[in-house]
Design a protein. Structure first.
Length: 282
């Protein structure tokens, strides 16, 4: 599933194709999955932002076909296999035509979603409404994160909830926990563990964004940039997708298991599951 680095790469790549453009049409055959997208017609794209794993197009009210005088947001969640392409394909689900070109949204497994809403009105999007701070922003503060980590439950599902920090999914949770030397099933982190994890998240996410995200394999629906080019961060994975291979830090075989119904990778020597810290302990 595209996580923050893949979605941020998508934003950066398609922004020059959409910013300042007027949307002429949005065509699809699934109004229950792509809600109220007709409201985007006639509106100019003022900018593209990202929140966690969501793309957000800011739409100006001028010349809107529906006559609504308010600005709107066109929200896109890529789901597991969604991505924008320059050319239509077998799995194209949505086509967005602007006054200067066309973008196609491909989604082999049909888990992607879109909605046009008033800014801040995220009904039906509970994850977006309750999302934590962006990991690469100044809003992500070490002291606050460490305080939450010290009373958190199982750390990997906690990260995946998007509440302590936004945009961290299965790949980057495994990578950050490895870098911080924390077992994915650990609960109630110590202050030192919380600090290591805070810096690991920022480090892993920053490097993954710089590399254009991770492309896993060559199957249908695997993440690609809009021009079909893959990301490169998969070449720097230390544990994710490397079950049975040696840990690059200590040489011990990486373990693959299932935690909270998600495939999970860790080094049993570098990431030892210790007894939970007693409440109120150091």
């Amino acid at each position: 599933m595209p996580e923050l680095p893949e979605v941020e790469t998508t934003r950066r790549k398609i922004e020059p194709l959409l910013r300042g453009r007027t949307i002429l049409s949005v065509t699809h055959e699934a109004p229950h999955r792509y809600r109220d997208t007709h409201l985007a017609v006639g509106r100019r794209v003022q900018g593209l932002s990202r929140r966690g794993k969501y793309l957000m197009l800011q739409l100006a009210a001028a010349d809107a076909a529906d006559g609504d005088p308010h600005d709107l947001e066109f929200i896109v969640h890529l789901g597991m296999t969604g991505g924008f392409r320059l050319e239509p394909g077998k799995h194209t689900r949505v086509t967005v035509e602007t006054d200067t070109g066309v973008l196609h949204f491909d989604d082999a497994r049909r888990f992607g979603k879109m909605a046009v809403v008033r800014p801040g009105e995220y009904a039906g999007m509970p994850t977006l409404a309750a999302m934590g701070p962006e990991p690469l922003s100044d809003d992500f503060k070490e002291k606050e994160f460490v305080a939450l980590a010290r009373v958190a439950g199982t750390v990997k599902p906690w990260l995946l909830s998007q509440k302590p920090v936004s945009g961290v999914g299965n790949i980057y949770a495994d990578e950050a926990l490895w870098e911080a030397r924390i077992h994915p099933a650990q609960t109630r982190l110590t202050a030192a563990e919380g600090q290591r994890l805070f810096h690991a998240i920022r480090d892993v996410m920053g490097r993954a964004v710089d590399a254009g995200g991770s492309s896993l394999g060559s199957g249908v629906g695997n993440y690609r940039q809009h021009d079909g080019e893959p990301g490169a961060y998969q070449h720097d994975h230390h544990v994710y997708g490397r079950g049975g291979q040696p840990c690059p830090r200590c040489g011990t075989d990486i373990v693959k298991t299932v935690l909270a119904q998600r495939g999970t990778h860790f080094c049993p020597k570098c990431q030892v599951l210790r007894e939970p810290r007693a409440r109120g302990g150091a």
